[in-house]
Design a protein around this ligand. Structure first.
Ligand code: KIV
Length: 280
């Protein structure tokens, strides 16, 4: 049976209700599995640069790459809301440029909404994109695209001054019209405080249990990315192990000729087979 597609109001109405579950996906088969599991929001995150494309960070990711993956994900989804990340450089040059790129992610990438990083400094850009009719998910705290300026992949908002800045960032994004905000790598009490201060849902990643929802990178959750696992990740499976085991068995069976068997082959009528001998 066709599932009813979630909408922006459905997500906004989940404030202080059942937690919102968000997870990344980057292609058609994974999008189908994530949707089948009943996840509410699928994020086509620019983390795809690292976990799918093998880049060292998310800075190199391009609009064309985001569009390519967004389209593939949307083809696999019935129910979840699809949010696609705006890559670095696609929204920070000028507001008209940001509106054009956000529009492309909806028109060509078929996303339902976009996500971009930054608080107070990005509020005018967010407001302009929202006025153009495009729903925006904010992202503050540890913002991977500008991690170098933040001193690396570190927990943010650990002292009162930095915490105040993040509270201002969250309020600015709410005023700019974001429908939700991702809070990444900030202390749990601060995330809980921000969650109480804003009327839109907060989605935590490394921000404790007091948010209105949680998001993770799917490759971390299922154990597909072995280069680095942040402290805030819970690994629910380690699927790279059974996959490597299956591939090793395939290699062995081809080499020792136990694959393919008759069950995986096509036969020929005996009289036609006998004619093969006369062909040359
Ligand atoms: O790109 C991404 O996957 C993200 C999540 C870490 C929230 O932005």
């Amino acid at each position: 049976m066709q599932q009813k597609k979630l909408t922006i109001p459905d997500i906004r109405n989940r404030k202080n209700q059942t937690p919102i579950v968000e997870l990344t996906a980057y292609d058609y088969p994974w999008a189908r599995m994530v949707d089948a599991a009943g996840i509410d929001i699928i994020l086509v995150g620019d983390s795809l640069g690292m976990v799918v494309l093998g880049y060292p960070d998310t800075v190199c990711v391009t609009m064309e790459e985001m569009l390519h993956h967004s389209k593939a994900v949307v083809r696999g989804v019935e129910r979840a809301l699809v949010v696609t990340d705006m890559p670095f450089g696609s929204y920070n040059r000028s507001i008209p440029d940001a509106i054009d790129n956000a529009t492309r992610l909806l028109k060509e990438g078929h996303a339902d909404a976009v996500k971009l990083e930054g608080g107070v400094t990005m509020a005018a850009t967010v407001a302009a994109i929202v006025r153009a009719g495009i729903p925006v998910q904010g992202h503050i705290g540890l913002t991977p695209q500008t991690a170098t300026s933040l001193g690396g992949f570190k927990v943010q908002g650990k002292n009162a001054e930095a915490a105040r800045q993040l509270i201002d960032d969250a309020r600015a994004l709410e005023d700019a019209g974001c429908f939700s905000i991702v809070l990444e790598a900030i202390p749990a009490p601060l995330a809980e405080h921000i969650t109480r201060q804003v009327t839109i849902p907060t989605i935590g990643i490394g921000a404790g249990a007091g948010c209105d929802g949680q998001v993770l990178v799917i490759h971390d959750l299922v154990g597909l990315y072995d280069r680095f696992t942040p402290k805030f990740v819970k690994q629910y499976a380690r699927i790279n192990e059974p996959v490597v085991e299956a591939l090793t068995r395939y290699k062995e069976e081809v080499e020792n000729r136990t694959f393919p068997t008759e069950a995986h082959s096509f036969s020929m009528k005996a009289e036609e087979r006998d004619k093969l001998l006369d062909l040359y």
